[in-house]
Write a protein that binds this ligand. Sequence first.
Ligand code: SF4
Length: 393
Amino acid sequence: MDLTPSGRRPGEILADAVAGRRITAGEAHSLLLDGDLLELGIAANEVRNRHNDPEVSTYNIDRNINYTNVCVYKCRFCAFYREPGDAEGYLLPFEEIGRKIEETLALNGTGILLQGGVHPDLPISYYRDLLAYIREHYPDIHVHAFSPPEIKFIAKKERMSFGEVIAELKAAGLMSVPGGGAELLSDGVRKEVLAFAKTSAEEWVDIMRQAHRNELRTSATMMYGMGEGFEPRVEHLQRVRDLQDETGGLTAFISWTFQHEHTDMEDVPETFAHEYLKVLAVSRLFLDNITHIQTSWVTQGKKIGQLGLTFGADDMGSIMIEENVVSAAGTSYRMSQDEMEHLINSAGYTPRQRTNLYERFVTREDTSEAAQRYRQALTPENRELASPLPVIS
Ligand code: SF4
C-alpha cells in the first residue's frame, strides 16, 4: 500500500475525482496536505450529487443503547468504559433496554444501535437471548448491533470463528453490524492507543467481511485526531475502499474527531473544523464505491455538522435520543426531529427521514401509530424532543 503523497497538484487530482476517475491513496494524502478547503468542498459536493439526490439530505431516528460499560480493554481514547468489578460498571436489564426501545418508537424512531463495552462474563447465549427478547417484543425495530471488538471477544470466548458468531447472532435477530471499534485501521496507531488488542486492522476488516458474507450490511467508521498525522487516515480509507470493492456490503462511512476530555489522552491537541471538513471532503472523493457519507453533528456540533452537507456528506446521521460514549468524553448535543429538519432545510436541502439501511424514506404517518402506542414511555427529559406528539401530562 503506497501511502506517500503523490507528486501531482491538488487541482489535477480534484479534476480526476470530479470526472469519475478513481484517486489513489497517495493522491488523497496530497489533498489532505495541500488541498484548498473550498476547492475540496466544491469537488466533494459534485461527487456527492453524483451518488445521491442533489435536492435531498437524509437523517434517521435511532438510539444508542450501551447495554454495558464494563470492558476488558482500556483504549486510551475512551472515557466510557469501567473495568470489571468497578462500582460504576453496569449491565442493563432486558426490560430497561425494552423501555429505551419504546421511547425510541415514541419519538418516531426506526432502530437501535446496541453496543457496549466488551464484558468478560457474557456468553454468546446472553447476546442470543437479548436479540430474541427484542425480536419478540419489538418486531418492527431495526437492530444494528455488536461491533467487531464485541464479536471478536465472543468468538474467542466460545472458540468459534467470526463467521459462526455472526451467523448465530443473525439467526437470533441481528440485522446489521455497526462499524464501531475501527478508530484508525492502522496497526501502528492501534498499538499506540491500546486499541490493537480489541481488534487489529485486519481483524476488523475480516469481521466485516464475514458479516457481508452472511448477508448483513454494515457501516464503516473512522475516528482520528489522536496525534497521528495524515498517513494512517489514508491507510484507513484504503482499507475501507478495498473491503467495499471486495464485498459491496458497506452502507455508509462516518468519521469524527477524537473527543479528549476525561480520557488518558487529554493533552492531545483538539482537531478543529477546518481539518474535519477537509477529511470529510477527501473521504467523499476517495470512497467512490460507498454511496452514503455522514456528517457528524454529534461530535462537531450542529453548525459544523450542517456545513458538512456542503463538503460531501448526504446524511446527518441520527437525532441521537441517547448517546453515552462521546458525552463521556465531554461532548454532548441533543436535537429534536423538527430541529434536524430545520437544520437540513436551512442548508438548502429537502430533509427526509430514512430507514437504518437507507432502503427508503420514512414519513411521520409511517411512525405515528407506534409513537402513539409508546408515548407514555417518554421520560420527562425526552418529552421535549417529541414536539409532533401531544403533550403528555
Ligand atoms: S473504546 Fe470500546 S473497547 Fe475500548 S475501552 Fe472503550 S468500550 Fe472498551
